[in-house]
Every structure is written in C-alpha cells, then in structure tokens.
Write a protein that binds this ligand. Structure first.
Ligand code: SF4
Length: 707
C-alpha cells in the first residue's frame, strides 16, 4: 500500500481544523495541520495533534456486532446479518403494535452530514416519526432558536475572518482557550498585530481565557440577561445606539427600550455581582468600537433561559449596528464537529431538512416529494427532544431506542433517571466505535462503527464552512461506516413496514447522499445546490450559502441589512432576567458549574486512551475556592461526596482561586471508566429552556461532604 497523505478534518470541536493524515500499510502513522485549510492554516491544538496516537490502537474499539437474548445475559458476538435483522424486526414489531412514535433515535453532532441525513430520512421518511434527536440538543439548540427568532433563520452571520477584523471581542460563556484553542491563537495573533483590540470576558470563573482579557466580568452564574440589559440601557441613554440601522432594518426596539428603562447599570451590576463601572466600561468599548464581535458557547446555551441569553446579546448587536460588516456580529461557536451539519439536514425532533419546519404543511410536502414518499408519511407532530425522549423511555411510551455515536448515560443530566430509562426500555441499540462506554454497557445490541480516519463524508464548522472528511485506512475488525449500518437496517425496515414500495435507500454512495441533501437546500437560506464533492475536491472547503451558479460561498450574512424574516427586518426581544432553575438552599448551598478541560473531549472515549493528554489535568476533581474550603475544614485531596436532589458522586477536592465563593466546579469529561459513577451528571438537573429544550447542564444546587 505504501505511504499516503489524506486530506481530512479534525473530529473534535466545531472549529473544524483541516488535517493531513499520513498512513502506511493500512495504519495511520501521523497527523499534521492542513496549511491550506481556512479554519486553521496548519495549526492544531493538543487534541488534534494527538489524533494519530488515538487511532493506532484497536484496544477498546467495538470490533464485532454483539447481541444478548435476555437482559441478564452477557452480549455475544453475532454475524452482521443477525444483528441487522434483529434491529429491523424488533423496530417493525414495535411500530406495528404501538405506532411510529413508540421508537426513537438518539444521534450525534459527531456523525457526518451524510450519516445524519440517512438517519433523518429513516426516522421521518420510513418510520414516520419525528422522534429523532441528538446530543446537539445539549450543545447549540438555544443558539438556533435565538437566530430564528431574531433573524428569521438559523446560522451565524459571521465568519472566522472576523476574528482578525474585530476591534472589540466579547466572550460570553466561552472558555475559548480550552474549547476552541486554534481560534484563540488566531485572536492572539490579531491582538498582537493590533494591540488596541479590546477583549471582554463574561464568565463566573476566572478561566485561562478570562485571565487574558482586558476586562473580566465575573458575573454571578446565570445573570447574563441582566448584564446585557444593563449594557443596553447605558448604550441607549448615552446615545451609542445606531438609530439609522435600527430604523431601517429592525422592529421591536421601542418595546425593548421601554423595558430596559428601569434596568440601570447600577441595578444590573448588583444582580450580576460586579462593579457598575466595569459594566459601563464593557458597554462603552462595545458601543464605541468600529467592529464588535461576540463569541459565545455553552455558558449561554446550556441554560433554562438559554434562548433569552442569546437574544439579549443579539439585541446589543442590532442596537449598535454591529452586524453584517467585517469584524462584527454575534458568533455562536459550535461545540461538536458537526452540530451545524445536523441542523442542515434537519436531524432533530423539532425541525425538517434544510431549515424547514415540521408544522408547515408546505415544507412537509416538499420533503415528502424529494424523498418520494406519501405526504401522510411525514408526521406533523414534533418529536420528543432529548430530555423528554428519555423521560418517555422511562415511562414506557417509547419502547425501543437506537443510539448512535453518543454516550447519553454519561452526557445527559440526571443520570440516575437516564439509566432507569435505558433499563426500562424493551430494546436498546447502540452504534458506536468504542466498546466500553457508560451507554454501551446498557446495550442489548451493539453495532460496531467506523470512526475518524476510517470513513467518508462532510462536516460543517462554526462559520458555516463545509469540509470533506476522508478515510485513510479501513476500520478494524468488522466495524462498518455509520451510513452503511443505517442503510442496511433501513432497507430491512422498509421491506417490513412498506412491502412493495421503492426503497429510499437505493443509492447510498456517499457523494450521492450529499447530492440528495443539497438538492433539498435549493431555494432555502442555506442553499448549497451549487456545491458538490467535485467542487469541494477542487476548491477546498466552502461556506454556505452557495447556490447554483455561485463560484464560492458567502462569508457573511445580512450584509445588506435584509433579514430572513417575513418583512426582512430583524427582531428585538424585550427580555427580563430570570434566575437559574434551581436555587441554592440551606440543604444544597453550592452552585455547581461544569465545563471542559483543555486536553480532553466529551466522555473521553478517544482522548481518555492517551496518557499524554492527562498531563494537563491528571485526575478528576471538584474545584472550590480556598476560603470556602477553609470555612468547612477541607483540604486539597480530601474525598468529597457531592450530592444534589437527583444523585451523588465522589471526587477529590482541588483548590482554585478561579471560582467565586459559593460555587464549585467539575469537568464534564470524567466517566464510569475513571469513577465509580457516571460522572458529574449524576447530580446535574434536567430543567430545559422552554423554547430550545436545551437542559441547564451548567448550573445545579449541590451539597459537599467530606467522607
Ligand atoms: Fe481539532 Fe478543535 Fe483542536 Fe482544531 S481546535 S485541532 S478542530 S480540537
């Protein structure tokens, strides 16, 4: 086979860095940054740099299909045909007995767009249910609902080139230094070239990103809306708003102005627990800068008021006209490599393909016609989003679930309830590249999947840029690509549910699946009808929209001030601050915050296999301010039981001056392989945002006891 270098994309975060994979004789031997990729220009962070090391060993991989006949029996290796037949027959039987909504699909922002498309078509076009949701619900759904409410369509209006052109960068709930390190390097370079650039970081913790800021607003957890309203009050009454932009391109400003009249900077600063002069300074920098850019992430989204937080920040941009021009705009940063692609194909319970709506009969008719299925097949009833899906599983309303490329027994809130739901299910199918996750431990059927470096497709990064993902080697054992597995089961299910009908999965060559997907985008806001694999191969990664006839994608949206709403105007939203869902009490006196570590990824299925990625943080810990620890007679290293109303876990104490008093912090990554529990989500709470259905993973009330 000899030596080969394959151009692909990193499988971790939504930065979407290009990589070049070196392989020899069927093994991956090295990975370097792709100097031609416009996201990273050759740079990689510690996770990307260790991709080759993570790919060399088959240890821990799911290598063969496995099944168990009864719940108390161990799974046994079986032939692919037996596993595929069994999934299809069980799903068909349950659907025929209880209806299409008795089954569910829980997929992942780490699937490739083509895999996502096939899963979505299976659920909505074959089964006839919208019960397909994804771990992207835990990631970006509040950003989606806010974009749609404010601009009329999903998707960020900005691009990475804005990082170099911004004069003021506002980080809101984003520890960029850990979550998107390559983007931080781009910002550092930009600030070195233009030292007058201002960085404002809003975060309850003094993170590594906050430590680099010109101004750190260390707000009380969850008080972002009060902060943004207070800043807007100052901008309005100091004459820093863009009246011409507001009059020409927006609606709803008068109501918002009336609402924030009483939210003075003084009052807002008191709610947030910061100095009034710091709030005013932030507003002044934001309002006076020629170009202000906001970067935001889970600190805004993972909240019971996540949509409001996003909208309150967007209000600042609309009021100052900081949008649709170089270096300016609200920029949501996707956590996962393909949370964007999943939204594009409509692979969620609350949307249809190409940003269409489930409750819109015309949209359903368009999708049904594209797929060649009867209009009635597409359900008009929204499916159950992630949290409600697992509640329905526990209650027996959903009887079978197929989980792909995700580890909900670690990543969902309230893990005791999630485990109870999976134990209650008639059938749990798990499709994963890794054999030993908290969720595979509960699987009745395990379908071994190919992973990064072994499969083909595309992903879309945070700036709407679509990149190719390419296979450099064959998957180990009998593992197969996600698209192959879905198609095989879909064909069997079609034959059982719709005998005699033409298959929707006749041509599943990966380029054909992409063509089918882009055909559905024609005429939509994310139109990529002009983009195919040949153009991606020739011209490299492209941003959407890229309609037929265009030679390249569009860097920024709304540059003409015309938005995707019915009347073309962006909408302000008058929002009042509301506290987090669960307040502290005498029984549960600490606010628990969660977040990422620099060198680990999600549930550590991949990064947890590499000793070198433990050098930064070798072991799990609960972080607490030294003053809080001293008051309780605690010392670093003490073993602590952390309890909430839902569950508990044990972690050693680490002291940290990054935290304000009264809060504790735990990283989200540590799982059942490292702890005698599923991780910090044993304690987190499942309250969701009423509009986005995203859970408040970043805030819970807990107590801490030495054991
Ligand atoms: Fe991969 Fe994200 Fe690191 Fe880039 S910044 S190398 S995409 S983990």
């Amino acid at each position: 086979m000899g030596k080969t270098e394959t151009r692909s994309t990193c499988c971790y975060c939504g930065t979407g860095c290009g990589v070049l994979i070196a392989s020899e004789d069927g093994r991956i031997t090295g990975v370097r940054g792709d100097p031609e990729h416009p996201a990273n220009f050759g740079r990689l962070c510690s996770k990307g740099l260790n991709l080759a090391a993570s790919a060399v060993s088959d240890s821990g991989r799911a290598l063969y299909p496995e099944m168990r006949l009864t719940r108390d029996a161990p799974r046994q290796r079986v032939a692919w045909d037996s596993a595929l037949d069994s999934v299809a027959e069980s799903f068909a039987r349950i659907i025929q007995q209880h209806g299409p909504d008795a089954v569910a699909f829980y997929v992942s922002g780490q699937l490739l767009t083509e895999d996502y498309y096939l899963f979505n078509k299976l659920a909505k076009g074959v089964v006839g249910s919208n019960n397909i949701d994804t771990n992207s619900r835990l990631c970006m759904s509040s950003a989606v609902t806010a974009y749609k409410k404010a601009f009329g369509a999903d998707g960020p209006p900005t691009c990475y080139a804005d990082l170099e052109q911004a004069d003021c960068v506002l980080f809101a709930g984003s520890n960029l230094a850990y979550a998107h390190p390559v983007l931080l390097r781009r910002l550092e370079d930009a600030r070195a070239a233009r030292p007058d650039t201002r960085w404002i970081v809003i975060d309850p913790r003094r993170t590594d990103t906050a430590a680099m800021a010109d101004l750190h607003l260390q707000i009380q957890p969850g008080t972002d809306v009060a902060l943004f309203n207070g800043m807007l009050h100052h901008l309005i009454w100091e004459g820093l708003v863009a009246e011409d932009y507001i009059n020409a391109h927006t609606e709803g400003f008068a109501e918002l102005k009336q609402m924030v009249r009483n939210t003075t900077p003084k009052m807002a600063a008191e709610i947030c627990g910061i100095r009034e002069e710091d709030l005013i300074q932030a507003a002044e920098w934001f309002g006076h800068s020629p170009a202000s850019l906001s970067l935001y992430c889970m600190g805004l989204n993972q909240s019971s008021h996540g949509t409001d937080k996003n909208l309150a920040l967007i209000n600042l941009h609309l009021a100052t006209g900081q949008l649709g021009k170089p270096g300016a705009g609200p920029f949501s940063l996707t956590g996962q490599p393909n949370a964007m692609g999943g939204r594009e194909v409509g692979g969620m319970a609350t949307m249809l393909a190409a940003h269409r709506d489930i409750d819109n009969a015309e949209h359903r008719a368009q999708v049904a016609a594209h797929w060649g299925v009867p209009f009635e097949r597409l359900s008009a009833t929204p499916g159950l989003p992630a949290i409600a899906m697992f509640e329905a599983l526990q209650q027996g309303r959903i009887k079978a679930i197929w989980i792909a490329c995700s580890n909900p027994a670690h990543s969902l809130p309230n893990l005791p309830q999630v485990r109870a739901a999976l134990a209650q299910a008639e059938l749990v199918v798990v499709q994963d590249a890794f054999a030993h996750t908290d969720t595979t431990a509960l699987a009745d059927i395990l379908l071994p999947a190919a992973t990064w470096g072994e499969k083909e497709g595309t992903v879309t990064n945070s700036e709407r840029r679509i990149s190719r993902v390419r296979a450099a080697v064959q998957p180990p054992g009998e593992a197969q690509s996600d698209g192959w597995i879905v198609s095989q089961i879909a064909r069997r299910l079609e034959a059982l549910l719709h005998p005699g009908a033409a298959s929707l999965f006749g041509n599943t060559a990966i380029a054909s699946v992409f063509d089918e997907h882009r055909g559905l985008t024609s005429g939509r806001d994310l139109d990529i009808s002009g983009l195919d694999y040949a153009l991606l191969d020739k011209a490299g990664p492209q941003q959407w929209p890229l309609p037929a006839g265009a030679v390249q994608g569009q860097a920024r949206r709304y540059v003409d001030g015309v938005f995707a709403t019915a009347n073309g105007r962006a909408r302000f939203h008058a929002l009042r601050y509301q506290p987090p869902a669960e307040n502290v009490s005498a029984h549960y006196p600490f606010r628990l915050l969660t977040g990422r570590l620099r060198d680990q990824w999600h549930g550590m299925s991949r990064t947890g296999r590499l000793p070198q990625l433990f050098a930064h943080r070798p072991e799990p810990a609960l972080e607490m301010h030294p003053d809080d620890a001293e008051r309780r007679g605690l010392q670093a290293g003490d073993l602590l039981r952390i309890s909430s109303k839902r569950g508990q876990l044990v972690l050693p104490l680490a002291l940290s001056r990054e935290l304000p008093g009264g809060t504790v912090f735990a990283a989200m990554h540590w799982n059942g392989q490292f702890l005698n529990s599923g991780g910090i989500n044993e304690t987190s709470q499942p309250q969701v945002d009423g509009q986005s259905f995203q859970p408040e993973l970043k805030h819970a009330a807990v107590k801490v006891e030495k054991i």
